[in-house]
Design a binder for this molecule. Structure first.
Ligand code: ADP
Length: 374
């Protein structure tokens, strides 16, 4: 049997017709659309965006729009960037009444010049609700897991300290392996709990005057077993040697612990790690430099994303969750700090953290974050 084909002659509709249809099409887009002309005035809005924002199309000008999103500077900056040649901008996620929206800005090109810009608003309320449910589930599950893990740790402690009779060398070795795996699980569960607390926006910042170099030393001392087992040389340079800042000790401990323990995990045995604290005119700079495996250049942009581990990380250190730097970055975003890094593949990495000398601002929350060792 042969398939019969019939040639259909395609006749393009009139150009004017196409324009009318495109406008109709944009009117019923599920995304809200605003078109700016070259003079940066609003030249078109679709009905979706008027329904989303409650603004009538007549009252829809740039300033009304900026007021609505309470991000005047950001909107100005984004519009300036798009008109000066930037290709695509994801500006922010915003909440209007009980709905969540994602805001995009794209340039409109005519030949080689930017003739305007399109702003799009996408309803992401459902995604946000799903995210919230997932976060709440992770929080609940991690919370439930903590109790049996703590009981296992407690009995492990008792057995290892010979409280209930002496174990022979082989039994001790096996029990230690069980104990360490349990500790690893405790740290993982705590990291998951921290992530859920960060994502629910419920963690507390409780700033008190703290001697920051002393806290850094305390974190380094706590990591002595890992440092010794790899025969690493730790060099510190703290200037000044004592410096009191108003910070949340627990949060700063998490920051120091994650960055220093990473430098240990990703270093090969016998190499050096330099840790510095330097007071500058308006901030405190904390750096950690290692001579470890480095981060592959093509993966560096993902370093602060959740669950990211570079391809070379598991062979350098099988333990790891890819949550540490996500947690550190989220804390620093909350307390007006900054983090960046420079890394050379197979040769070493430096992390730079800055905290304003004004310290951290206390803010109420439902729970605190928990320090983890992985
Ligand atoms: P992990 O628990 O895997 O260490 P992190 O969130 O702390 O998770 O770090 C994310 C990833 O960044 C790591 O898996 C590793 O690939 C890379 N990384 C972080 N610090 C270093 C470092 N000092 N040297 C090399 N790679 C690093």
């Amino acid at each position: 049997m042969s398939i019969q084909t019939k040639k259909i002659k395609f006749r393009p509709p009139e150009k004017a017709n196409i324009e009318v249809k495109i406008e109709d099409l944009i009117q019923c887009f599920p995304e809200g659309v605003v078109v700016f002309n070259a003079a940066r005035q609003v030249s078109f809005v679709n009905t979706t965006i008027t329904a989303m924002t409650g603004l009538s199309s007549a009252g829809f000008d740039l300033s009304a729009f900026r007021r609505l999103f309470h991000h005047e500077n950001l909107t100005n900056l984004a519009i300036r960037q798009v008109f000066s040649g930037k290709k695509f901008l994801h500006i922010l996620e915003i909440k209007l009444t009980r709905f969540w929206y994602e805001l995009f800005l794209l340039p409109l090109h005519h030949d080689t010049t930017t003739s305007g810009a399109i702003l799009m608003l996408r309803d992401i309320t459902r995604e946000k609700e799903i995210d919230k449910t997932k976060t709440e589930f992770v929080s609940l599950a991690s919370h439930q897991l903590r109790t049996p893990l703590s009981i296992m740790k407690w009995y492990g402690d008792m057995l290892l300290s010979d409280d209930v009779g002496r174990l022979n060398a082989k039994q001790q070795r096996y029990l230690r392996a069980v104990y360490e795996s349990n500790q690893h699980m405790v740290d993982l569960v705590n990291a998951l709990l921290n992530v859920s607390r960060i994502e629910m926006g419920t963690f507390t910042v409780e700033a008190t005057m703290t001697n920051v170099p002393a806290l850094a030393r305390d974190v380094i001392n706590g990591l002595t077993p890992q440092i010794s087992s790899k025969k690493l040389k730790i060099k510190t340079y703290f200037n000044p040697a004592q410096l009191a800042l108003s910070v949340d000790q627990q949060l700063l401990r998490i920051i120091f612990q994650n960055i220093i323990s990473n430098s240990i995990k990703y270093s090969s045995a016998g190499t050096s790690i330099h840790i510095t604290l330097q007071k500058n005119s308006s901030d405190l700079l904390f750096t950690v430099t290692d001579q470890g495996c480095g981060i592959p250049p093509e993966q560096q942009e993902k370093v602060f994303t959740k669950l990211f581990r570079a391809d070379n990380a598991p062979s350098a250190s099988p333990e790891g969750t890819g949550l540490g730097l996500y947690i550190v970055k989220s804390i620093l975003d909350t307390v007006a700090g900054k983090i960046r890094f420079e890394s050379k593949f197979n040769s070493g990495t430096t992390f730079f953290v800055t905290l304003p000398l004004t310290g951290m601002k206390s803010s109420p929350g439902l729970q605190t974050l928990i320090p983890t060792k992985i």
